[in-house]
Design a protein around this ligand. Structure first.
Ligand code: UDP
Length: 403
């Protein structure tokens, strides 16, 4: 029986090989066809599987208790579960960020904050939550880059950072930019903050243009914070009918090299992105803030690389909410995927709608506040010492000053 089965398998493999060889001898386009078809089939399979396996993160549609993102808190705090957090660990952490203290429902901070607008964006949420928060010390890193690389440091410090990779054990917090602070662009000179307002604006822009009226074109505008973006920009120069991707100028721009040897393009507003069907996200220095905005256009989001995370990324699922691409995609990989979705428009629209729905439903301002509250309450449980007042620290605000 086993022998028969083996023969059938070998036979069918030979038949396939023969068909492929035959096709190959007929000319190159036909020769390539079986592979292309296999690739297309594989993409369809991945989408079907991902959608079939997807389970909504909350049974409560309103997710009032922000359960959707809760697993991230557990994971980020896990390194400290057995040891807890000592006063010494917090002292060790001080050099990596700004020290904050919550004491008797009042918020204190180091006198100086490296990026005042970023601190303001963070403090907005902390002040709001003071009536619900116990005493604690915490160190918040306001730089883009995480601070605690697991390979070089033991768990002798705890630092909150907005973004990290698997290689870091920083504790992720919702970035300042949900309320205030950079990145600043020409269109948003004081920063792209106020996610609550942006959500409404983008929803209106998305509603103003039906899927079928969007241009079936890939679109990207941004600076060259990582050369991972180069191949898309190069593809755009070679095939402008498929992709419109250009580098813009940021504050660090020095020469044409920073825009890949072409003049910088004009910046495009987030709202303008909604005119295009296919939008692209890449890491920058760390995770880029653009990802959440792109989803609200109800366009199809291509997300390159899965290394750099923000707290809400783990609940976004590849092929369900977005199209994943490995880091440093080739021009050909972009071409194949864009062509695929041009030919499978209904799948593109389905994924775009899923992505929009997730961000609209589970990345509301109340989800950000809820995440901060849960995170800080659980973090506090790890502190092994009694929090003391510190006269050197600056008073930021109290529970009665709640916004
Ligand atoms: N941005 C934009 N329009 C542009 C260029 C940039 O809206 O024409 C936004 C972009 O989406 C991101 C922010 O400005 O949220 C900073 O983008 P950049 O590419 O400069 O840096 P990143 O943080 O992505 O590395």
């Amino acid at each position: 029986m086993f022998l028969v089965l083996c023969c059938v398998i070998i036979l069918s493999e030979n038949v396939n090989a023969a068909t492929e060889n035959q096709a190959c001898s007929e000319g190159e386009t036909i020769c390539a066809a079986p592979n292309v078809e296999k690739k297309l089939y594989a993409i369809k399979q991945r989408i079907a599987q991902a959608m079939a396996n997807y389970e909504s993160c909350s049974t409560d549609v309103a997710d009032v208790n922000c359960t959707c993102h809760a697993a991230v808190i557990k994971k980020d705090l896990a390194p400290y579960k057995s040891t807890g957090l000592s006063r010494k660990m917090l002292e060790n952490a001080a050099k990596y960020g700004t020290r904050y203290k919550i004491y008797k429902q009042q918020l204190y901070r180091d006198e100086n904050c490296m990026f005042p607008a970023r601190c303001q964006g963070i403090e907005h949420f902390l002040l709001q939550l003071l009536p619900q928060l116990p005493d604690m010390d915490l160190v918040i890193n306001t730089r883009d880059y995480p601070q605690l690389q697991s390979a070089f440091r033991g768990q002798d410090a705890a630092v909150f950072s907005f973004s990290k990779t698997q290689e870091h054990h920083d504790i992720m917090y919702p970035a300042w930019t949900f309320w205030a602070g950079g990145p600043a662009t020409k269109l948003h000179p004081t920063g792209i903050g106020r996610w609550d307002l942006m959500r409404e604006k983008l929803r209106n822009s998305a509603d103003a243009i039906a899927w079928n009226d969007k241009q079936a074109l890939g679109f990207f505008r941004g600076s060259r914070t990582s050369d991972e973006r180069d191949s898309l920009v190069l593809l755009s120069r070679r095939r402008p009918e498929l992709v419109n991707a250009q580098y813009t100028k940021n504050q660090a721009w020095k020469s044409l090299k920073d825009t890949l040897n072409q003049a910088p393009a004009q910046e495009a507003s987030f709202e303008d992105h909604c005119q295009y069907k296919y939008l692209f996200n890449f890491r920058g220095v760390a995770a880029s803030f653009r990802l959440k905005h792109l989803f609200l256009c109800k366009s199809l989001v291509f997300h390159v690389g899965d290394e750099w995370q923000e707290f809400f990324y783990p609940q976004l699922k590849p092929w369900v909410h977005y199209v994943p691409l490995q880091s440093y995609p080739s021009e050909q990989q972009y071409e194949e995927l864009i062509e695929f979705f041009k030919n499978h428009d209904e799948l593109a629209q389905q994924i775009a709608t899923n992505g929009y729905d997730f961000i609209w439903q589970h990345l509301r301002m109340e989800d950000i506040s809820c995440y901060w509250r849960k995170l800080l309450k659980r973090y506090k449980k790890l502190l092994k010492y009694e929090v003391q007042p510190d006269k050197q620290m600056k008073f930021v605000g109290g529970a009665k000053d709640e916004l």
